[in-house]
Design a binder for this molecule. Sequence first.
Ligand SMILES: [Zn+2]
Ligand SMILES: [Zn+2]
Length: 135
Amino acid sequence: MLEQIVGRLKAAGIKPSMQRIKIYEYFFHHENHPTAEQIYQDLKKEVPTLSKATVYNTIGLFIEKGLVKFTTTDRQNARYDLTDTDHGHFICSVCNEIYDFPYRFSKQYSDLEGFEIQSEEIVIKGICRKCLKKH
Ligand SMILES: [Zn+2]
Ligand SMILES: [Zn+2]
């Protein structure tokens, strides 16, 4: 796993410092579309030298290099996701949880002929199974 993380960072042209490795690794272990704040809170126990600024800067770098993408804003926080799988998001309006579901983007849309597509996303909003059961 570590080797894979380091390899991907290097392939993206990022110097694999310990903190960058930890932050990138976090995304692989947490499929919860974390906010920068969550990443910081969880990792600082393990990496006491980590600062909030480093987390924000590192996520910015990962986005620039295409490793991580902005997923959605849940009320006030931006949430992030890995870019390595095509999937859609279901956002529950009760618990705010984001669920992934497999989705194939077509990359071709007749009305966008001649446009350059940089990212595609699909967001479905509603109430998740867990929340529906509770009510
Ligand atoms: Zn829910
Ligand atoms: Zn996702």
